[in-house]
Design a protein around this ligand. Structure first.
Ligand SMILES: Cc1cc2nc3c(=O)[nH]c(=O)nc-3n(C[C@H](O)[C@H](O)[C@H](O)COP(=O)(O)OP(=O)(O)OC[C@H]3O[C@@H](n4cnc5c(N)ncnc54)[C@H](O)[C@@H]3O)c2cc1C
Length: 482
């Protein structure tokens, strides 16, 4: 078979990026900044991948089908350097990043201020300060170390100090550092973002980073919807001379112009795009790459704000529903064993509390998802809504319309979310750094000039663009380190 290779030697001054998720766009911007002529090809009608908005329910209600909370965009050593506000991205902060309601009718609050948060935790006040104080004080260099591939650290002591806590299991860390139910419950929800059983080694790390980011940069949304962030990235790319073509689904590398190719795709798609030319160890590595659990997601149009029993929950952008640490740990463990929890841990976001323009006057939107086994077809609507009702009786009466996505629908909307996995692959210790295949430069492939730049490369899922940035660095002698 004769194949046209998009090799670097053919035309090193041109690059094609396949996929316009935050990583594809970050890669494209980094390449354009380095002076390359860049074209982004996106299969869908609009750019952004997991960073889009759409009227999923009723006219006038603007939902984010995927990401809404943009702490990682603010913490990103690359995205934070871009003039995105000039292009219309405006982060809007809720009064508090997170509320964690409990069955006693109160809520534990994660405030922007570390001090205020600590004071709400009773006997764990100083333990909170001890764990998060150093991480927040050194947040910027810490994010720089963590949001990238494994490399010689610039701040080895800082990284080692983080590792002492981050490499532990979430359960081990919570038990060792905190005595009370309230602090442990508050952490459980953030730990569960890892989508691992909370007893797994290193399951504490993502939750520590997220919690530190709440204090350091906040958990904002993009005013008007996440599409504004994607559109700002596209505008920045165009300012640098790059172009974007939508509704251009790429089926084979043969379709690409000569030059570099950076692929914002899942490993499974890389296999398909490359066909016969990928062989041997790398091919087997991609075939063995493991997806993480999936999600079942609901978006609601609501006739009013959610009537939380613990009224302080209305101050928060994100609300974690699942009660105690133990209950959340059981829910996540069930999912990791291929089961559907009866009372799932639910992540809920209520953007219109502080970004009212996304719904008609007096109306609201909210979304929530729970974790489910990869590829699950079970309808979790009733289980998710029961969890909301548990902490906000009367919630169901406010639902004017809902959109539901099981794992198949999540993947149909974005082929990168294999089996409903929104992180681009399981993020256990092995796959966090050696993703998708263990090699010195994880973004490179055995094909000359072809690089992977999606969340299936380090540092993994989230809207931070760092997979794209590091892939662009690997592909070019890009001079500026973030
Ligand atoms: C429900 C949900 C909630 C989330 N919440 C958050 C959150 O609040 N905060 C956060 O930071 N992260 C969140 N995430 C995760 C985040 O959205 C992803 O980790 C992130 O978008 C990954 O970026 P990416 O560029 O790697 O890929 P994606 O954003 O998945 O983009 C990939 C793009 O490539 C395109 N593409 C794929 N194959 C082809 C092809 N063959 N040809 C052309 N185009 C192609 C796709 O259409 C897509 O546009 C959430 C995700 C989901 C699904």
């Amino acid at each position: 078979m004769r194949v046209r290779s998009p090799s670097a030697s053919a035309s090193p001054e041109r690059a094609t990026v396949v996929g316009s998720g935050p990583n594809g766009l970050a890669a494209a911007i980094a390449l354009a900044r380095a002076g390359l002529e860049v074209t982004v090809l996106e299969g869908e009608e609009s750019p952004g991948g997991g960073c889009r908005s759409a009227e999923l329910t009723l006219p006038g209600f603007v939902h984010d089908p995927c990401s809404t909370v943009h702490s990682l965009a603010l913490a990103s050593p690359f995205l934070s350097t871009l003039p995105l506000r000039r292009h219309g991205f405006e982060p809007v902060h809720p009064e508090a990043p997170l509320a964690h309601p409990l069955d006693d009718g109160t809520a534990v609050m994660l405030e922007r201020s570390l001090e205020l948060t600590a004071r709400g935790l009773g006997r764990d006040e100083s333990a909170w300060r001890r764990l998060f104080g150093p991480l927040v004080r050194e947040a910027e260099p810490l994010f720089r170390e963590l949001l990238g591939p494994l490399r010689v650290p610039r701040r080895p002591l800082l990284l080692a100090r983080f590792g002492l806590s981050g490499l532990r299991s979430a359960t081990g860390l919570a038990r060792a550092r905190f005595e009370g139910e309230r602090a442990r419950a508050l952490l459980a929800g953030s730990f569960a973002h890892s989508m691992l059983s909370l007893t797994t080694v290193a399951s504490a790390a993502p939750g520590l980073v997220l919690t530190a980011s709440a204090h350091a940069v906040g958990w904002p949304v993009a005013r008007g919807g996440s599409q504004r962030l994607a559109d700002a990235l596209v505008a920045e790319l165009e300012t640098l001379g790059g172009t974007l073509e939508t509704e251009r689904r790429v089926e084979s590398l043969d379709e690409l112009e000569p030059g570099l190719a950076l692929l914002d795709v899942a490993p499974r798609q890389l296999l398909r795009l490359a066909g016969e030319r990928l062989r041997g160890r790398y091919r087997r590595g991609l075939e063995r790459y493991r997806p993480g659990p999936g999600i079942f997601k609901l978006d609601w149009a609501l006739d009013g704000p959610i009537p939380w029993t613990a009224s302080e929950s209305a101050r928060a952008g994100t609300v974690h529903l699942g009660g105690t640490f133990e209950e959340i740990a059981v829910s996540e463990h069930d999912v990791s064993c291929g089961l559907h929890p009866a009372r799932p841990f639910v992540l809920l976001v209520q953007p219109t509390i502080f970004d009212p323009g996304r719904a008609p006057a007096g109306k609201h939107i909210a979304w929530a998802y729970c974790h489910v086994p990869n590829g699950s077809r079970v309808d979790m609507t009733a289980a998710i809504e029961a969890q909301v009702e548990r902490f906000a009786p009367g919630f169901r009466d406010l639902i004017a319309a809902r959109s539901a996505m099981d794992t198949a629908e999540v993947e149909r909307r974005n082929p990168n979310y294999v089996g409903g996995d929104i992180n681009g692959g399981l993020q256990d210790l092995r796959q966090l750094f050696a993703r998708p295949v263990a090699r010195p430069v994880p973004y490179s492939t055995p094909l000359p000039g072809v690089f992977l730049c999606s969340a299936s490369t380090p540092p993994g899922g989230g809207v931070h663009g760092m997979c794209g940035y590091w892939a662009a660095r690997a592909a070019t002698p890009y001079p500026r380190a973030p």
